[in-house]
Ligand binder design. Structure first.
Ligand SMILES: Cc1ncc(COP(=O)(O)O)c(C=O)c1O
Length: 376
């Protein structure tokens, strides 16, 4: 490493350390109660999902061996994309190795064909980076402000609106209906990473509420409610073909394994059936129980409609202290700090799951109350 680089790295680290924003990967401890992963329905450990994965490994091997255009698109991938297209009522579905790749890909592949991209201020980093890397003018509108979006949309004929169904760091819903109504000429991309599988009838979330004419592109991810990993974009045939030809994330990257596609297929079956509905109901009951307990204990939690609940703490040190206190009480719940969230808005991101037992939720709330009391 040359001296200048070393100095730059040390300086960057020091700056973040001074701001209490330096982060380290910590191996997660399975003894702790998990209140931070996005495994909303508990499908990560579901026997049918694991069985499908194992069978996929036996039948197709550990990896896909190539990019989708070469030989990495195999029968389980085809079956999955066809099922998803039918379920989401879209012409086509394109599979990606991650939600980050999917969002980046669609904005960089299509961006130059729009005159402007309009992103909600709280959009995920993958959307922001995709917009930045596209050859298109882009700007952000205030969070959930459809009037502001409409004002900007009026300035250019070909606009793509970009938003999320549930915002990952705040847990609130986007007002997609209002946005679509306010900007009738614009196309719309919704990142449904945190809604798919858990919202709406049959877990279809946005796809159940909005037609392809209203929401042109949908990103869904398989690492959250599906409990596996990977992602997809639901769109028209024409856009799907374009992505297969122009998306660098697809053309120059190995496809996820067929075994993974089989596991996602198994998760989809659960989500579509009565068991999925029972899990969604259990999750909703847990959200309501958590909310009731927070009120009882006077915790300043803004009630959010789905699994992601936020305790705003402001300073980085406060968020770290509460998270550490919880760890000492057997709970894994991480502090979210800048640059993931805006400066001065460090917080605890609490994620509820269908699998949590009421006494575990009670333990969490009591531990948070004790942490806040200790912090004064
Ligand atoms: C809203 C949103 N979109 C996309 C992603 C990226 O998905 P993945 O984890 O599959 O890369 C995330 C993940 O945190 C997310 O919260």
């Amino acid at each position: 490493m040359h001296a200048q680089l070393q100095q730059a790295l040390r300086q960057a680290k020091q700056q973040r350390q001074q701001l209490q924003q330096w982060r380290q990967v910590r191996c997660s401890d399975e003894q702790l109660l998990d209140f931070c992963s996005n495994d909303y329905l508990g499908l990560r450990h579901h026997p049918q999902v694991i069985k499908a994965y194992c069978e996929g490994l036996q039948n197709y091997g550990a990896g896909s061996g190539a990019s989708p255009l070469v030989s990495g698109f195999q029968r389980p991938h085809r079956y999955l994309s066809e099922r998803l297209a039918e379920w989401l009522e879209r012409e086509a579905v394109v599979l990606f190795s991650s939600g980050f790749a999917a969002n980046h890909s669609i904005l960089t592949s299509l961006g130059s064909h729009y005159q402007q991209l309009l992103l909600d201020r709280l959009c995920h980093a993958s959307l922001l980076d995709g917009a930045q890397a596209s050859d298109c003018r882009w700007r952000r509108f205030s969070h959930n402000d459809s009037d502001a979006a409409a004002r900007y949309a009026d300035q250019h004929a070909a606009t793509l609106l970009v938003t999320e169904s549930i915002f990952s760091m705040d847990g609130d819903h986007a007002s997609i209906a209002e946005l679509v109504r306010a900007c009738p000429q614009a196309d719309c991309l919704v990142d449904d990473a945190h809604g798919i599988g858990i919202l709406g009838e049959g877990g279809r979330s946005c796809a159940g509420q909005f037609s392809a004419a209203e929401v042109d592109y949908l990103t869904i991810t398989f690492g959250k409610a599906f409990g596996v990993g990977g992602a997809a974009i639901a769109c028209s045939f024409e856009v799907a073909e374009h992505l297969h030809n122009f998306s660098r994330e697809l053309v120059y990257s190995t496809a996820f394994a067929a075994a993974q596609a089989q596991a996602i297929n198994a998760a989809l079956t659960i989500i579509q059936t009565a068991e999925g509905q029972a899990l969604r109901d259990a999750l909703q009951q847990n959200v309501e129980y958590f909310d009731a307990l927070c009120q009882q204990y006077g915790l300043p939690i803004t009630r959010q409609p789905a699994a992601i609940q936020i305790l705003q703490l402001g300073a980085e040190s406060s968020a770290l202290q509460v998270s550490e206190f919880l760890r000492q009480h057997g709970i894994d719940c991480r502090a979210m700090r800048p640059p993931t969230v805006p400066a001065g808005q460090s917080r605890l991101r609490i994620v509820l799951s269908a699998r949590h037992q009421s006494q575990q939720i009670k333990h969490l709330v009591e531990a948070i109350a004790a942490a806040l009391e200790q912090a004064g």
